[in-house]
Design a protein around this ligand. Structure first.
Ligand code: HEC
Ligand code: HEC
Ligand code: HEC
Length: 457
């Protein structure tokens, strides 16, 4: 009897040992050296993360001597692969040199702290000192709150929400009104296309919340775009543009669209010649720029107009700006579930997205289940050629989400509820009840703002 129970305990310990590799916690300090910062809280946080987290979340872990032994090596590598697939802390933390830690990294760390899920429990059972002490946790929470308040709080957000993971849109931004008005005309002008029939508004119609509500856009000459057209609304807050982030700025995005045969298929010289024949337009151009109609001027005006496309005033924003009655109890509960499920670890910030490239199908093989992988499905990989970027897409904004079906880069569903189910199963690995799903749906509908007014003339 006694022997049997010892055997059970031994077997149990062996089972525990198998899935999580037996790492000795080392400190790969080089990995966070980029965080060199005068802010003492950030240095403190970097030290905690370096000690407790980086061995599984960095491409340059500091491994113990036995990590090279057969068996141990495979297990350790498997853990690092899994950890890295979710987040590479060494690259996720530092923003451009000297910049603040990225918003999405703060959201991730906050989420695992709230869930108490990191380091993984099985690992902690084998390494008793590997867990976060409550002092570590407290320091990390304070650090996250302080960085958010300093760098990511929106103008106008109410005091209690200054360190919230989601933020309201700023109500107003400085714009060159004349340039934006010119951009509005160009946005609706089919002469910017090869067939004189396609304008920006064909695929990004304002009355359709900046999209065309088609699975794949109709491009010039009857061609079909390879990806679903994302919204142009609030796009200035996206950290890069298009699904794979190939355009760094709104200007670059407009340049590439105009000559792209799968969008507007024009040549710049033709466009400039066509527009120059329009004396009224040439006049309007000169009022903005004495150089008259140029590629740079066209693109600059289009981008300025795109920057005017804000949709403030949604119910969530009212709530975050201090009107407690702007959300119903169900909607507030929906927001809570949205955060607790980890949705905000990717859909964070003032547009609830547009902050990072993430694997579609993180926890469940999206493309295997859908079948027939096309080139465009490779996502960020098409830009970087890095295997780790295959199937990564820029996280879309959730603002006005109820108004912008179909969903996903492949426009595979027009049913928002189905899209959220897919997110829950493929990204979160959760199982939202029907009731919770109802509440998340109610929350998502609070993200519809006021459609932008035309620029003043
Ligand atoms: C022993 C290796 C290991 C250590 C140490 C470790 N992690 Fe992880 N981490 C993983 C693995 C494996 C996953 C994927 C977990 C899963 O499938 O749920 C993961 C996932 C994550 C995620 C994404 C999960 C989510 O819910 O968003 C975050 C964020 C994260 N870890 C942060 C941390 C932080 C912060 C620490 C230090 C306090 C830490 N990890 C320590 C292995 C590790
Ligand atoms: C034929 C349809 C079509 C036309 C016309 C078109 N677009 Fe797009 N647009 C798309 C598609 C499809 C994407 C996504 C492309 C990708 O991810 O590679 C996109 C992406 C964008 C984005 C990126 C949104 C983001 O931040 O992720 C912006 C901004 C944009 N277009 C602006 C414009 C402007 C300005 C014009 C006019 C010069 C224009 N588009 C014309 C289909 C179109
Ligand atoms: C690990 C990151 C991640 C998490 C967690 C996540 N999402 Fe997403 N979400 C994405 C990415 C990436 C896409 C785009 C995928 C694609 O187009 O193939 C997306 C797309 C969406 C879309 C469709 C948007 C559009 O315009 O096409 C909705 C709606 C959405 N997510 C809601 C949610 C909800 C609700 C949750 C929580 C249950 C959630 N997401 C969790 C990364 C994430």
């Amino acid at each position: 009897m006694k022997r049997a129970s010892i055997l059970v305990v031994v077997v149990f310990l062996l089972i525990l040992a198998v899935p999580i590799a037996n790492l000795v916690v080392g400190v790969p300090d080089h990995a966070l050296s980029q965080l060199a910062s005068s802010d003492p809280r950030t240095l403190q946080a970097a030290a905690i993360l370096g000690r407790k987290c980086l061995n599984c979340h960095s491409t340059e872990p500091n491994l113990p001597f036995y990590a090279k032994f057969p068996g141990a090596s495979q297990l350790i590598q498997a853990d690092i692969r899994a950890g890295l697939r979710h987040v590479d802390l060494a690259t996720a933390l530092p923003a451009p040199p000297g910049g603040p830690v990225l918003e999405v990294a703060l959201a991730r760390i906050e989420h695992v702290l709230e869930q108490g899920s990191m380091p993984p429990l099985r690992y902690q059972l084998l390494h008793w000192t590997s867990g976060l002490s409550s002092d570590d946790e407290e320091k990390l929470f304070v650090w996250i709150g302080a960085l958010r308040e300093k760098h990511y709080a929106s103008a106008g957000v109410a005091e209690p929400f200054r360190s919230e993971v989601v933020q309201p849109l700023p109500g107003w931004l400085e714009l060159d009104a004349k340039k934006a008005a010119l951009g509005e005309d160009l946005y609706h002008d089919p002469r910017l296309s090869g067939d004189d029939a396609t304008s920006c508004a064909t695929c990004h119609a304002l009355e359709k919340a900046g999209t065309d509500r088609l699975r794949f856009s109709r491009a010039v000459g009857g061609r079909t775009a390879a990806l679903n057209a994302p919204t142009t609304l609030n796009a200035q807050f996206q950290f890069a543009h298009s699904w794979d982030g190939r355009a760094a700025t709104l200007e670059e995005q407009a340049v590439s669209h105009i000559t792209d045969p799968a969008a507007m298929g024009a040549t710049w010289s033709e466009v400039v010649v066509k527009l120059e024949k329009d004396t009224a337009l040439a006049e309007a151009f000169r009022a903005v720029d004495p150089g008259g109609i140029t590629q740079q001027g066209i693109v600059g005006a289009l981008a300025e107009y795109a920057r005017s496309l804000l949709t403030p005033g949604c119910a969530l924003d009212g709530y975050l700006q201090g009107d407690a009655s702007a959300l119903t109890e169900d909607e507030k509960e929906g927001l809570r579930i949205f955060k607790a499920s980890g949705c905000a670890t990717c859909h964070c910030g003032n547009i609830l997205g547009g902050r990072s490239f993430e694997i579609m199908g993180l926890r469940r093989d999206y493309f295997g289940l859908r079948g027939d992988v096309r080139e465009a499905d490779n996502g960020r990989y098409n830009v970087t050629g890095l295997e780790a970027d295959r199937f990564r897409f820029k996280v879309p904004t959730l603002r006005n989400i109820a108004e912008t079906p179909p969903y996903f880069h492949d426009g595979s569903t027009s049913d928002l509820r189905a899209a959220v189910r897919t997110m829950d199963s493929h990204q979160v690995g959760g199982r939202l009840s029907e009731l919770d799903l109802d509440r998340v749906m109610k929350f998502l509908r609070t993200l519809t703002g006021k459609m932008p007014a035309p620029p003043e003339r």
